[in-house]
Structures are given as C-alpha cells and as structure tokens.
Design a protein around this ligand. Structure first.
Ligand SMILES: Nc1ncnc2c1ncn2[C@@H]1O[C@H](COP(=O)(O)OP(=O)(O)OP(=O)(O)O)[C@@H](O)[C@H]1O
Ligand SMILES: [Mg+2]
Length: 244
C-alpha cells in the first residue's frame, strides 16, 4: 500500500502539488488522471522516493519513506516496478538483454535464473521471436510491452505506469490495458496508472483520483466519475482527451 499524506511540492517558486492526500491499495488498479503538466509524473517520483516533498509524509507498506536514505530506499523501490513515460529502454541492447539487465546488474542472480525469468516475461508480454531484436525494430506497442516485462521481472508488489497508452494506436492501447488488467487478475498485483486519457480509466481502473491545478478534485471508485459535478471533470467527460 502507498499513502501520500498532506504532500506539497514546489519546483522553485512554482507550487505543483498542494496538500495532496492519496491512498493506493494493494491488489487494485488506481488511476491518477490529469492534464499535461499538472504533476502526474511528479507524484510517481515521490512514491519512489526519487524526489522529496516540501511538506507532508509518504508511506510504502506502512513504512515512512519521506526522510529515507538512498540505501534504505533501494529495498522499497524493489517492491515497485516502474514503467516510464517513453519506456526508457536501452537502444543498443536486445529485448532479452533489456529484460534481464537489472536482474544481472542489481540482483546478481545466476544466469540460469535470469534466462528463466526473461523467458517468462517474453511469453507474458507476447514477444516470442523478438528476443534478439533491438528496440528500434519493434512497434510502439511492443516496446511498451518490453518496458512492462522489465518492470515485472523483479516480481514487484505494485507497478507504476506513467502514461501507459500515450502515443499508441487504439489497438495497441487495448492490448496494453488488457495486459495491465491481467497483472491484477492473475498475479494479484496492485497498479497505479498515471494518464491524461480518460478511456484508460474506464477500461482498467478500479478507482480514480483526478488532479487539477495542484489539487485532488475527485477520488473515488471509477463508476462514480460519471456523476462528478466539478466543471473540469464534466468537460473531460465530454471531450475525452485532456488538454491544458
Ligand atoms: N525537475 C523539474 N524542475 C522544474 N520544474 C519541473 C521539473 N520537473 C517537472 N517540472 C514541472 O512541473 C510540472 C509538473 O511536471 P510533471 O512532469 O509531473 O507533469 P505531468 O502531469 O507528468 O505532465 P505530462 O502529462 O506532460 O507528462 C510541469 O509544469 C513541469 O514543467
Ligand atoms: Mg508525465
């Protein structure tokens, strides 16, 4: 479980997050919906302890991470897989090398275990036959699936997705969203999906928090979003895609 308790964050003089409280439960998919530049990626960075809030507290599985050192944060981050906006794959490594990289570098697992886990993710992500290809030769949807496989390979408890369908065509988006649903249904994983695409929310999220001008203006089960009265939410329900 992840909890943000009254978190505020500034970049320079600009206040990005104002006194935000948010709870992410295990074994559920939570979406954070908001327009471009509102601070969605920033929230994920706070959850991973990559940046510190100006005030407020952040907890992961009941442990406060707000003032933790980098060394202690390492164990916390292992509980959370991260799929970055834009995938962050290594261009000069094959798909198999990309998948196995962190296991090899950080966990020092035996090669036989690395190969076993890589093969498992290749199959899960539907990437059979592409093991020795470079990322550039794959479609956008396939690259996103490699990034998901690379986050999953640690066997995290929770997986954080930054804009999982941005830049993908409708068919690839659907595939990614069903992959995310299958993580929760088959592996009992929790997930956070940060997105500006409202269809992502309706397709996979159990609950949704809407971030607007630094504040959470809605936080409830997805079904209730249709009945929200805030003008910003009313406008995104009719326009579907969020613009600044
Ligand atoms: N390191 C930084 N220093 C200063 N400003 C930053 C920094 N990182 C982000 N910002 C600014 O903070 C705001 C929130 O950024 P963030 O990346 O969290 O937004 P976002 O909601 O993820 O946007 P997008 O939908 O475009 O990915 C933006 O206006 C951005 O320009
Ligand atoms: Mg972002």
């Amino acid at each position: 479980m992840i909890e943000l308790r009254k978190v505020s964050l500034k970049y320079g003089d600009r206040e990005i997050l104002k006194n935000i409280s948010l709870t992410i439960k295990d074994n559920a998919i939570k979406a954070i919906l908001g327009p471009s530049g509102v601070g969605k990626s920033t929230i994920l960075k706070l959850m991973l302890g990559l940046i510190k809030p100006n005030s407020g507290r952040i907890f992961v599985d009941g442990t406060e991470i707000t003032g933790m050192t980098e060394t202690s944060l390492y164990a916390i981050r292992r509980k959370m897989g991260m799929v970055f906006q834009g995938n962050a794959l290594f261009d000069s490594m094959t798909i198999s090398e990309n998948l196995g990289f962190f296991l090899r570098e950080n966990m020092k697992l035996p090669e036989s275990e690395i190969s076993r886990r890589v093969a498992e993710q290749i199959q899960f992500a539907g990437l059979e036959g592409y093991e020795e290809q470079l990322p550039e030769s794959l479609s956008g949807g396939m690259r996103r699936r490699v990034a998901i496989g690379r986050a999953m390979i640690f066997k995290p408890h929770m997986i954080l997705f930054d804009e999982p369908t941005a830049g993908l065509d409708p068919v690839s988006s659907k595939k990614i969203l069903s992959l995310i649903s299958s993580l929760r249904n088959n592996n009992n994983l929790g997930a956070v999906i940060v997105t500006h695409i409202i269809d992502d929310v309706f397709n996979v999220a159990d609950s949704v928090a809407v971030l607007y001008k630094g504040e959470i203006i809605f936080d409830d089960v997805t079904e209730k979003l249709h009945r929200a009265t805030h003008p910003f939410i009313r406008s995104i329900l009719s326009d579907k895609i969020l613009e600044l």
